[in-house]
Design a protein around this ligand. Sequence first.
Ligand code: PEP
Ligand code: MN
Length: 338
Amino acid sequence: MIVIMKPRCSEENLEHVVRLLGEMGTEPCVINNSGQKVVEVLGKSDRLDSHRLESVPMVERVLENAEPILAANRRPGDRTCEVPLGAHATVGGKKLAVIAGPCSVETQSQLMEIAAAAKEAGAVALRGGAFKPRTSPYSFQGLGERGLEMLALAREETGLAIVTEVMHGELVDLVAKYADVLQVGSRNMHNSHLLLAVGRQSKPVLLKRGWSATLDEFLQAAEYVMQGGNRNVILCERGIRTHETYVRNTLALAVVPEIKLRSTLPIIVDPSHGTGRGPLVAPMSNAAVACGADGLLIEVHRAPDQAWSDGGQSLDPDQFHALMQGLRPIAQACGREL
Ligand code: PEP
Ligand code: MN
């Protein structure tokens, strides 16, 4: 529910409404919506009485089933925001942004070879994890700062923007020193401390959907980042956990057109984690672009069978090249460039 106050309402009027809503058993939240004071009511309560609220003199209107107010809500006529990907590319405009690279940064030569192949095939940014969130504590956890240095060198060589994950609020400054875009992974989508921390720095943030998060929770997580002052958020659908076993995750592509209805944030798709299987990556990339995605995040490795993480879902450079070639006519048919 949203309570819209009259333009002349004073702080006391506002406090009165907030107190009343508190007494009705809800959590009110005051929002200054372009100068107009509104109170958003979070949660539900049997004691919530909209007629009583409407009778308060400085209340203009009570909207019972309003969508939550989010900084990135799309209003009619709004365009998708264009978020910079380093100095030479953006995501959210006409041109699709393809971000490619290994799951983990392993060695400098591995990274250089993949970066060169990714660039040659048309990627605009290089992905690679230096801090890896792994399910098992015995799996490779990433090279840490050494991996970040390797990524920075790959940017120098290729001009590709660098996208890499940050796992803790304490590491934000370090990762932001090297990266062009900070990735917040699926496991951390609910970590509000981290979301606020990446929101307080100026590098764009690639926010992956939690694998059990609803779309509303995903959008609220983006809101946390924007609360910190950083409006450059790129959403990334990477699949959700379902009862299905033939794939690692179920790639929920319907969120792409739904996000286009609700939000001005760009949305990209990660078909690598979204399927967990190399042969499914190209077809699902095609589908993602066809349903309106602004870009793709794809794992590429020079020798997937030797990858230190996520080899089974990684493409080799030739497969990635073929994927990009296959994507071009689809992009064109959708009015996009690649
Ligand atoms: C990754 O991008 O390598 C990664 C760990 O992704 P996710 O957070 O989606 O699992
Ligand atoms: Mn991975």
